[in-house]
Design a binder for this molecule. Structure first.
Ligand code: PLP
Length: 430
């Protein structure tokens, strides 16, 4: 397999783009080598500029749940495109998407569309503060909520415990109202409430996908919600990754918890830039123009993005691929575990429906600290061998793999063969 054209573009890209990428997760810094440049994609496959074809398990980090260029989505977006790109005024499409979204989440009466997951979360946090009149927010170490200042903490376990910013350029003042708790540990949340009386709420990835996949244990979310209610604090579910993916009604539907505020992104736009936050009426009425919490956007509710979202969610509802995801997901999980066993490689696989990933460790992974026990060097070897055998994975040990409904039996064969070669290479290299 050759990567000549990708290499050439990478070098060219370095001049005017930072690291030749527009999001650091696309850089190959933790696996070595140069990032691949993509030419096109269709269905379950993605093709790089050198013409190499891969089964795509990145899915643009979540949005491409139907696979690439689903014909109904493409048709809807093209139709919208012909009517104009942006009007600075409302369109009927916004009302349609709002209904689909609010119908999917039990405690969501109203929704506001924005352009990204980051924007959805930063607005949701402002809303929680506006509604409760309190300032502090608890987040869990290892959960990612976009790149806004106040939540860019706990990017590493050392920083996490000290509550120091996880990025240069984030002032200490911006994170002074952010408290860090440990995922799956209710006591660590209670401790903060014992020490502070101005906590507006807790933000959580109900299924965590940003330390790799980590799953709430033993009714953690249900207990958390109950506790927060007793403290008059809000539960903010960051379902940017899990919304419409874990289930049509997100992780909340599966886990039987209703959040006070829900953040959405990724799947909701089907590959077009859409984010959203929604809640029951009394909370959403805080938002301008109904209330005093300001949040705005020139391109929010963009008609082409709305068309992409409506068609994606309509098709998704029709396909109802969640049982299929469970089936394919468990097959891939078994493939990973059995090849690891065959070649004597320590491996843990975490999976929730269509989100999964292997950790090169023997420690059970339920939080960020445990995820950190993984051997990232082994992952790097594994990653490149998967690429060379036709499977496109996120270039990081700590990113989830995403399934799409276009994956075929043949694709699973490709994944199985690649996994066998990659696991053998890992065993040979260490
Ligand atoms: C991806 C993600 C975000 C950020 O969304 P962007 O569209 O990248 O800004 C926020 N929260 C979670 C849980 C995510 O997975």
């Amino acid at each position: 397999m050759k990567f000549k054209k990708s290499e050439k573009l990478y070098k060219k890209g370095l001049t005017h783009l930072v690291g030749a990428v527009n999001s650091p997760v696309r850089a190959f810094s933790s696996v070595g080598g140069n990032p691949l440049f993509i030419k096109k994609a269709k269905g379950s496959k993605i093709v790089d500029v050198d013409g190499n074809e891969y089964v795509d398990l990145v899915g643009s980090y979540g949005p491409m749940i139907l696979g690439h260029r689903h014909k109904k989505v493409e048709k809807a977006a093209k139709k919208a495109l012909k009517k104009g790109y942006s009007f600075g005024a409302s369109t009927e499409a916004e009302i349609k998407l709002a209904k689909i979204v609010c119908d999917a989440f039990p405690e969501m009466d109203k929704v506001r569309f924005v352009n990204s997951g980051t924007e959805a979360v930063l607005s949701a946090v402002r809303l929680a503060r506006a509604f409760t009149g309190k300032d502090k927010i608890i987040k869990f170490s290892g959960c990612y909520h976009g790149h806004q200042d106040s939540l860019l903490v706990a990017a590493g376990s050392g920083l996490a415990t000290l509550s120091l910013p996880g990025s240069k350029g984030v002032p200490k003042g911006a994170v002074k109202n952010t408290l860090i708790a440990e995922y799956n540990n209710l006591e660590s949340v209670k401790k903060h409430f014992e020490n502070h009386d101005d906590i507006a709420g807790v933000i959580i990835e109900p299924i965590c996908g940003n330390m790799g996949v980590a799953i709430p244990q033993n009714e953690f979310l249900i207990e958390l919600k109950k506790y927060l209610k007793s403290k008059n604090a809000l539960l903010i579910a960051d379902e940017v990754m899990t919304g419409f993916r874990s289930k049509f009604g997100g992780a909340q539907e599966l886990l039987g918890v209703a959040a006070d505020i829900t953040c959405l992104g990724k799947v909701i736009g089907g590959g077009f830039p859409v984010g959203a936050y929604g809640a029951r009426n009394e909370i959403m009425e805080q938002v301008a123009p109904l209330g005093g919490m300001y949040q705005a956007g020139t391109l929010s509710g963009n008609p082409i993005a709305m068309a992409g979202g409506i068609s994606t969610l309509t098709e998704l509802k029709k396909q109802n691929p969640y049982d299929k995801f469970e089936e394919i997901g468990s097959i891939i999980e078994v493939i990973l575990l059995e090849t690891a066993k065959k070649y004597n490689v320590d491996l843990v696989v975490n999976r929730f429906g269509s989100m999964l990933n292997p950790f090169f460790t023997k420690t059970k992974v339920t939080n960020f600290e445990e995820a950190q026990t993984s051997d990232t060097k082994k992952f790097a070897v594994f990653f490149w061998e998967m690429i060379k055998n036709g499977v496109f994975l996120p270039p990081s040990q700590f990113e989830a793999w995403f399934l799409n409904s276009a994956i075929s039996d043949k694709d699973i064969q490709v994944i199985a063969n690649a996994t066998d070669k990659a696991m053998r290479k890992v065993a040979d290299s260490f």
